[in-house]
Design a binder for this molecule. Structure first.
Ligand code: ADP
Ligand code: MG
Length: 543
């Protein structure tokens, strides 16, 4: 007999289901309960509730009633959402069938599946969003499911929809607040942390947690050809920190070039991903995001394998999240570079100041003291000729040393008359002391340059000349100064035995110091050297 309105026990069951909804059951137990009630109320032998993933393409949960564990186990995987179940996913409308197999969309049952004939499927929808479907089969007594059954199940399905929506809202709200907290943490670390490594480490760790990635790595350019992994979090993070990665043969290198984020759902099929590295970290999927500073890529964040996702894929939301963190990391890198440059600039300036003070002291005080000793000795001449003469020679030599030292430390002529006269002096005394001819051409520079440019170029020529005596075995050396378009160029060439600039280590801060000084002034320094044509150092600075 068909009932068109819910009878009393049915109403009670419905009510109970509603109460269950208000209690704090987990989503799974709640869906299980609703599925059971639906079976009870309609007299169905089997019932199931499938929840569609937020992306809408597959079933993310599948709750069943009426199948014992053994049967469920022998059927295997829950349905993928093809056949009749698929039809209900794409077309969210109730469906009643006398025999499932009769519907043209049916694809049949997997092996070990109990036979099912009569069928009622009702979509789980709320405000137009389809969250899944409630399915019932095998109505007691062999009859078909009725319209009243359909209505009742519709009510239960609506409750299921509310529960699923609540759970999703709760999940995304927690995720949001977690993301916000981590962002605030990273942002405040940016303001307080002076140690870049610690900051990048924090970025990697928080991102790995939020993305639920197996591994997150952060790489910065280490040279024109390589990136260095400077921070990592997750599986095997310890082993990859410090690893160098070729820029040409890696995805990270390409991303650094292009400056765009990218998601790769199958690393096996990606031609840019570095095969060795992918194998080493055993990754299936990946996510790459550049660190952008005013649109310029300065580093790359990589995440591998989303844990929890059945196919390990990341989503577009994950990309956006990583981009937010990458922006913070970029600011951190920039700040730290600026702090380092400032510190270096202060050190260089302080050094020059100290040298200037020492030079003045040597020249003025020590030099004068020695001169007066010399004058005193003159008066003693003839008294004890031999010993006085020896003493006088010693004092003269010392006085020369002191003057030379004073000039080396910081020639007064550099402060008083500028770069060109100072270089002329330097070239002259160099030639006198070493016997190596210096060809200086600096006619292009007619006026004074900014003090730090004059000092930097002077120090570079000075160090280059010292290197020529120490290492080059040269006969000639030339120093050319030219200027064009507000840029000063200096070229120091010798005809010595040359060296290999890449391999040169030196004990000194010589070549390295030159480069640092020039970079502080936003200039460039290149060293070319061969055993046949000697060494050429070219410097260019804006002035
Ligand atoms: N003009 C040059 N000719 C030959 N070799 C050079 C020259 N300049 C530098 N080098 C090589 O480069 C190395 C590094 O130079 P540098 O950084 O000034 O350190 P240092 O002079 O203290 O050794 C030197 O040890 C030397 O081998
Ligand atoms: Mg040197």
């Amino acid at each position: 007999m068909e009932t068109t309105t819910p009878s009393e026990p049915r109403l009670r069951a419905l009510l109970e289901a509603g109460i269950a909804l208000a209690s704090d059951l987990s989503l799974d137990s709640l869906l299980q309960r609703l599925t059971e009630v639906a079976a009870e109320l309609t007299g169905a032998r089997y019932a199931a509730l499938g929840v569609i993933s937020p992306a809408g393409s597959r079933l993310e949960r599948f709750v069943t009633h009426g199948l014992d564990d053994d049967t469920r186990f022998s059927i295997g995987d829950p349905p993928h959402g093809r056949g009749i179940l698929g039809a209900l996913i794409t077309d969210a409308k109730p469906l009643r069938l006398h025999a499932i197999g009769d519907d043209p969309r049916s694809v049949g049952f997997p092996p070990n599946h109990p036979p099912m004939h009569t069928f009622l499927g009702v979509p789980v929808v709320l405000r137009g969003t389809a969250y899944g479907n409630l399915y019932l089969t095998e109505k007691e007594g062999g009859g078909d499911f009725t319209e009243a059954d359909e209505e009742l199940v519709g009510l239960l399905a609506a409750q299921a929809a509310v529960a699923i929506e609540n759970a999703r809202l709760y999940e995304s709200a927690t995720r949001w607040s977690q993301q916000l907290e981590s962002l605030i943490e990273v942002t405040s670390a940016l303001a307080s942390e002076t140690d870049l490594d610690r900051l990048l480490d924090l970025v990697a760790r928080r991102l790995q947690e939020l993305l639920e990635a197996r591994l997150v790595a952060l790489a910065l350019p280490a040279s024109p050809d390589e990136l260095r992994i400077v921070a990592a979090a997750g599986d095997g993070a310890g082993e990859i920190v410090g690893t160098m990665v070729s820029r040409r043969d890696s995805k990270a290198g390409r991303i650094l070039e292009r400056g765009n984020s990218e998601r790769v759902d199958s690393l096996l099929d990606d031609r840019e991903a570095n095969v060795d590295f992918t194998r080493r970290v055993q990754a299936r999927t990946g996510l790459w995001v550049p660190l952008l500073l005013q649109g310029r890529p300065i580093g790359v964040i990589t995440a591998y394998d989303k844990l929890g996702a059945p196919d390990a894929r990341f989503s577009d939301d994950d990309v956006r999240l990583a981009e937010t963190f990458a922006a913070r990391a970029a600011v951190g890198v920039e700040l730290s570079e600026r702090v380092q440059r400032d510190a270096l600039r202060r050190i260089v300036a302080a050094q020059e100041l100290e040298r200037r003070r020492l030079a003045r002291e040597l020249h003025d005080e020590t030099g004068q003291a020695l001169t007066s000793i010399l004058l005193g000795l003159k008066q003693l001449e003839g008294a004890e000729p031999a010993s006085v003469e020896a003493l006088r020679e010693l004092v003269v030599a010392t006085l020369q040393d002191v003057r030379r030292l004073a000039v080396e430390l910081r020639p007064k002529v550099l402060d008083d008359f500028g770069l060109v006269p100072a270089l002329e002096r330097l070239a002259q005394s160099f030639a006198e002391q070493t016997g190596i001819a210096v060809d200086l051409e600096a006619g292009a520079i007619t006026e004074r340059l900014p003090a730090e440019v004059e000092t930097a170029i002077y120090r570079i020529v000075q160090e280059a000349l010292t290197n020529v005596v120490k290492h080059a075995h040269a006969h000639r050396v030339s120093v050319f100064l030219t200027r064009n378009n507000r840029r000063i160029k200096a070229l120091i060439e010798d005809d010595g035995q040359g060296f290999s600039p890449e391999a040169a280590t030196g004990d000194g801060i010589g070549l390295i110091g030159m480069r640092e000084r020039i970079e502080l002034l936003d200039g460039t320094l290149t060293v070319e050297s061969t055993s046949t044509s000697g060494t050429a150092i070219a410097v260019e600075v804006p002035a």
